[in-house]
Design a protein around this ligand. Structure first.
Ligand SMILES: Nc1ncnc2c1ncn2[C@@H]1O[C@H](COP(=O)(O)OS(=O)(=O)O)[C@@H](OP(=O)(O)O)[C@H]1O
Length: 328
């Protein structure tokens, strides 16, 4: 390189450095702009997923898309209203296997304990459902709650009512077993079931006895709903033939018969049918320890007295429901 060239290169130096700096700043500006746009977009996207109720910022179209993807909370179209210790948990867990059934896990107790919280509160407890899916809940105490039929009827919506019934004598013992497990000092079954511990009078003021008078409770429901709105599920058959009984429930709910024999296996240790693949799991599962507990032995004469007591009520119940459950 000659001397002149070298000089001109030196005078061009600051110019090149200037243009490099301005290119750098332009790049920086573009980068900042792109970064800002991207973060603002992600933020709006995540807000729409995490805060589905903050409607103000979204157009009806955006909400429509969001709703069709996530579904919405609806009041239940079907409720398992009873009976306590009838096998209600087993039925709900079996039904949850169906892709078109979405159910609340715990018992909401809305129509007996929390009615004053209002229907909005009740609906907020429900899982989101997509078009064509059925929302369900189970609270077995509804069946014996005097106000429950009127309140459910007032909700409107042609709610379907499912009642899992079980031999009232076994049901009473199951109920007693549960209370005793929480309160070991409880008097004996016969002391509670019979007045003055004599075989003369059955104590109908004891809840465990009273719940089993199904005809009396059903009468209250039939003041508000036609029989066609009910499905009576046999608690005994739910154990001996779960697929058959769940098949009837799927028909009643207008669902495709998806839950079949192949969804169940009989667990010898538990002594009950269990699910091969419960909802949200790929591993077989039985119900928990509080379901299918061994019952204490009850003297034969006490059992016989209770069978005699329930017989007329059972016959009445068979008549009213149009189904013979074969408990007598
Ligand atoms: N598959 C399966 N696994 C376990 N248990 C089963 C099943 N099917 C029906 N059952 C019977 O369900 C009885 C409990 O009834 P509920 O779920 O209605 O009880 S509760 O009212 O919700 O407490 C429970 O009563 P107990 O045997 O007295 O524990 C069971 O007999």
């Amino acid at each position: 390189m000659g001397c002149g060239n070298w000089r001109s290169a030196r005078s061009l130096g600051p110019l090149k450095a200037q243009s490099r700096a301005s290119a750098f700043f332009t790049m920086l500006l573009i980068f900042t702009y792109v970064f800002y746009c991207l973060t603002a977009y992600c933020d709006s996207l995540s807000r729409s997923v995490l805060e589905p109720d903050s409607v103000a910022a979204y157009t009806a179209d955006q909400l429509g898309v969001q709703e069709s993807l996530q579904g919405s909370k609806k009041l239940p179209q079907a409720i398992i209203i009873g009976v306590k210790k009838g096998g209600t948990r087993a039925l709900l867990e079996f039904l949850r296997v169906h892709p078109d059934v979405r159910a609340v896990g715990s018992e909401p107790h809305f129509f007996d304990r929390f009615y004053d919280r209002g229907l909005r509160w009740y609906r907020s407890l429900m899982p989101r459902t997509l078009e064509g899916q059925i929302t369900m809940e189970k609270t077995p105490s509804y069946f014996v709650t005097r106000e429950a039929p009127r309140r459910i009827a007032a909700m409107g919506g042609h709610t379907k009512l499912i009642v899992v019934v079980r031999d009232p004598v076994t049901r009473a013992i199951s109920d007693y077993t549960q209370t005793k497990s929480k309160n070991p000092g409880l008097p004996s079954f016969q002391d509670l079931a019979l007045k003055n511990s004599s075989l003369e009078l059955v104590d109908t003021s004891w809840g465990a006895v009273r719940i089993g008078i199904y005809a009396k409770h059903l009468k209250n429901w039939l003041r508000y709903f036609p029989l066609s709105r009910f499905l009576f599920v046999s608690g005994e058959r739910l154990v001996s033939d779960p697929a058959g009984e769940v098949g009837r429930v799927q028909d009643f709910l207008g669902l495709k018969r998806i839950i079949t024999d192949k969804h169940f296996y009989f667990n010898q240790t538990k002594g009950f049918p269990c699910l091969k693949k419960p909802e949200g799991s790929s591993r077989p599962r039985c119900l928990g320890q509080s379901k299918g507990r061994p019952h204490p032995p009850i003297p034969q004469r006490v059992l016989q007295r209770l069978r005699d007591f329930y017989r007329p009520f059972n016959l009445k119940f068979y008549q009213m429901s149009g189904q013979n459950f074969g408990w007598d």
